[in-house]
Design a protein around this ligand. Structure first.
Ligand SMILES: Cc1cc2nc3c(=O)[nH]c(=O)nc-3n(C[C@H](O)[C@H](O)[C@H](O)COP(=O)(O)OP(=O)(O)OC[C@H]3O[C@@H](n4cnc5c(N)ncnc54)[C@H](O)[C@@H]3O)c2cc1C
Length: 122
């Protein structure tokens, strides 16, 4: 990488001196289930979307909203609430995690539209 031309050498040197340089893997959390016993996961803990999706905060907020609503609707049966939460949210999560693909460039308009409309909130 050192010899790739352009500004690469200058950027690599600056990286070591920068006080706020951020470098990490771009990855996603995909779990078969988000709940176990009396514990249920929300947001990044259960279904982190890659920062490249730009949707992690939305998933966390919507997930918390749906979980709270389903726990209330279940009237104290937390297992029923957890199951309803997962049933309602999983497709929305999958669509939004799917915004990030191995292909270069932004997602196609129909992929964006599918992610945006894959959940209706009460
Ligand atoms: C570089 C980068 C860029 C991003 N860009 C975007 C973007 O453009 N748009 C977007 O929507 N999202 C973006 N995200 C993702 C977004 O930040 C997360 O998806 C979102 O913050 C998840 O919210 P959360 O509440 O699930 O988790 P977090 O925000 O991580 O909150 C978890 C909290 O729990 C606390 N905690 C951890 N362990 C314990 C413990 N044992 N006891 C008590 N507290 C604990 C942590 O300190 C933290 O405050 C980006 C993320 C990164 C890393």
């Amino acid at each position: 990488m050192w010899d790739t031309g352009w500004e690469t050498q200058r950027l690599l040197k600056a990286m070591w001196a920068a006080p706020d340089f951020y470098f990490d893997m771009m990855s996603q959390v995909k779990m078969d289930s988000w709940s176990n016993g009396r514990v249920s996961l929300v947001g990044d803990a259960g279904y982190a979307a890659s920062p490249l999706s730009g949707q992690g905060t939305s998933l966390a907020l919507v997930g918390a909203y749906v979980l709270a609503a389903e726990l209330k609707a279940a009237g104290g049966d937390h297992q029923a609430g957890f199951a309803a939460y997962e049933s309602k949210l999983r497709y929305f999560v999958e669509q939004n995690q799917g915004l990030v693909s191995a292909a270069d460039g932004p997602p196609a308009p129909e992929v964006l539209a599918a992610a945006a409309t894959s959940l209706t909130l009460d």
